[in-house]
Design a protein around this ligand. Structure first.
Ligand code: AGP
Length: 577
């Protein structure tokens, strides 16, 4: 997700913003910018210098060095695009009509379209395509001379997720931060203060931070930081002493990015659904805004992906076919491209790619499009090749995934495909709860494949993923007391069949770790060990089971001393054929 830095103190702000943005580059981004309130020269009015780059932070720094803004108050940002392509205009900071209020943001404003329309009707103009830009204009619309009060009033209107740093040129000694469903910290230096999206940005300057709570606002002045709620109720947050180095801070204190990103799964799932699923179950995709009539014509769903994304495609195949009744097929993109596939104008090509740059997947999509298919890219990178080449995009909004092994983005893909399945089912006028329950049972197979892939790619131990039914058609020959098995036996219509499989496995002396639903005793004394999964809707169990398999692979790899985040021979994005 985006990186945020704000500074107020006795030193020049610009060098601090530049250094901090360099330390935030690890989060992944596509553009950057800073705003510095310049000290007025004699007789001149206060002005704010804004410098942006639609490229790397180094490009921004080169621009700043050519004409270094001088001032003690400033904010900076590295943008991981969610709404609006990575362009100069969309780069942060964003400002109000008068160029007095400056804001940088991390998160997703779910109701920005509604707020934007309201503000446009009141005469506000929006040069950018971002959701962020409504924030300075909303503050402006509420400004009656008290910047902090205007910020509180504006944030009360906002739904979704935000971490914000902002200032007004009318208040040259006030830096404001606020957060909701996105992290933000206030760094306490010696008569200087910082606001940052994560500790990494400020760790060389201070190890004393205030961690803002949900819905809280920090008002920073040279006298200190005051924290309050949106209703103005004072909050006394505790000061935390952080003794991490930069590397530890980048991993949020976790030993590896992979473990940090597995733990980011809940936020990734929330972001994948944010603003797309209304309370009455209606699904909409802002960047894949296809009319019901056009979707109703679709009679064939083709899902294309590689590796983990292919496993997501397999889950999508089950879900979409069962919920919508439209025949669906998940294809290995590298094979698909060499066939003469049956694809036509009634085909929806669903291209699944975290990076949006996987060569085989891109070529396969081009072939499907050439045969007349409507295409949608389900990807984590805004304006990636897949997103640009497809007719529409469903963005994961999962934030950057630094570990080579896909973890949180798999779950974001699964949820995005559930939403697409619901959209198609609604358009086709068919979906029934009991049918959903049957289907999710079938989702186990890709989960086993994914667990096997994780084990292979980070611990280098060979693993097989198979359905329970397939076991007796070959894989059972592998079993002996040296061949451990993980059996997914969580509640569902085929659970009893899986229990029988476990008995057959144990009969061949193979150790079994069984994933079971909490409270289920059927495998006690049978499986070598059991791992309890909370009793959840079976669609959610797909995610929980996969998280367990990812954690299992992670801990095995760590125990073996492997390079968890950068496994040998692998790249995060396979952009060559
Ligand atoms: C899985 O952990 C790997 N990261 C790899 O299989 C990956 O899923 C595959 O290379 C596809 O990448 P993409 O999602 O960026 O297209």
């Amino acid at each position: 997700m985006c990186g945020i830095i704000g500074y107020l103190g006795g030193r020049e702000a610009t060098p601090i913003l530049m250094e901090s943005l360099k330390r935030l580059e690890y989060r992944g981004y596509d553009s950057a910018g800073v705003a510095v309130l310049e000290l007025p020269r004699a007789g001149e009015a206060v002005r704010t210098s804004v410098t942006k780059s639609e490229a790397k932070v180094d490009t921004l720094i080169a621009k700043l060095k050519m004409n270094m803004p001088s001032g003690n108050l400033g904010i900076g940002h590295t943008r991981w695009a969610t709404h609006g392509k990575p362009t100069y205009v969309n780069a942060h900071p964003h400002t109000d009509c008068k160029g007095k209020i400056f804001v940088v943001h991390n998160g997703i404003i779910e109701n920005f379209a509604e707020l934007k329309a309201e503000l446009e009707a009141a005469g506000h103009e929006f040069p950018s395509d971002t959701d962020t830009e409504v924030v300075p204009h909303l503050i402006e619309a509420n400004y009656k001379g008290d910047f902090l009060a205007a910020v509180r009033a504006a944030l009360k209107r906002i739904k979704g997720a935000y971490a914000l740093a902002m200032f007004s040129s009318d208040d040259p000694e006030l830096l404001v931060g606020a957060r909701l469903n996105a992290p933000l910290v206030v760094g306490i230096g010696d008569n200087e203060y910082y606001i940052a999206s994560d500790i990494t940005a400020i760790i060389p300057y201070t190890k004393r931070v205030l961690v803002l709570g949900e819905g809280e606002v920090a008002a920073v002045t040279p006298l200190g930081a005051e924290v309050s709620t949106l209703d103005g109720v004072t909050v006394n947050p505790k000061i935390v002493h952080v003794d991490w180095d930069v590397s530890q801070a980048q991993k949020g204190g976790y030993p590896h990015f992979m473990l940090k990103e597995i733990n980011e799964t809940p936020e990734a799932l929330a972001n994948a659904m944010r603003g797309r699923l209304t309370d009455d179950g209606t699904v909409s995709f802002r960047e894949f805004d296809v009319a019901d009539k056009q979707l109703r014509r679709i009679d064939d769903i083709l899902l294309l992906g590689m590796g983990t994304s292919r496993h997501a495609a397999m889950i999508g195949e089950y879900v979409i076919e069962d919920w919508s009744g439209i025949p669906a097929r998940a294809e290995d993109a590298s094979e698909f491209r060499y066939r003469r596939p049956t694809v036509g104008e009634k085909t929806l090509g669903v291209v699944i790619s975290q990076s949006g740059e996987t060569a085989d997947t891109l070529v396969a999509m081009q072939q499907a499009k050439a045969r007349g298919a409507l295409s949608v890219a389900v990807t984590n990178v805004v304006a990636s090749s897949a997103a640009r080449d497809a007719d529409g995009a469903i963005y994961l909004h999962a934030g950057p995934e630094i570990g080579v092994a896909s973890t949180k983005t798999l779950h974001a893909h699964i949820v995005s495909l559930y939403l697409l399945a619901m959209r198609l089912a609604d358009v086709k006028g068919r979906v029934s709860p009991e049918r959903k329950r049957e289907l999710v049972e079938a989702l186990r197979l890709p989960v086993a494949l994914e667990g096997a892939l994780k084990l292979k790619e980070i611990s280098y131990i060979h693993a097989e993923g198979t359905s329970g039914g397939e076991l007796k058609h070959g894989p059972i020959a592998l079993l002996d007391d040296q061949f451990p098995v993980i059996a997914i036996c969580t509640a569902g219509t085929t659970k009893d069949k899986m229990v029988s499989n476990v008995h057959e496995i144990v009969a061949r002396n193979a150790p079994v770790l069984a994933l079971i639903t909490k409270g289920d005793r059927s495998l006690n004394g049978v499986a070598t060990d059991v791992f309890e999964i909370p009793e959840v809707d079976e669609a959610a169990a797909v995610v929980l089971n996969t998280v367990v398999l990812q954690l299992f692979a992670y801990h095995v790899a760590v125990k073996l001393g492997q390079d968890v985040d950068q496994p040998r021979n692998l790249a995060k994005s396979v952009t060559v054929e």
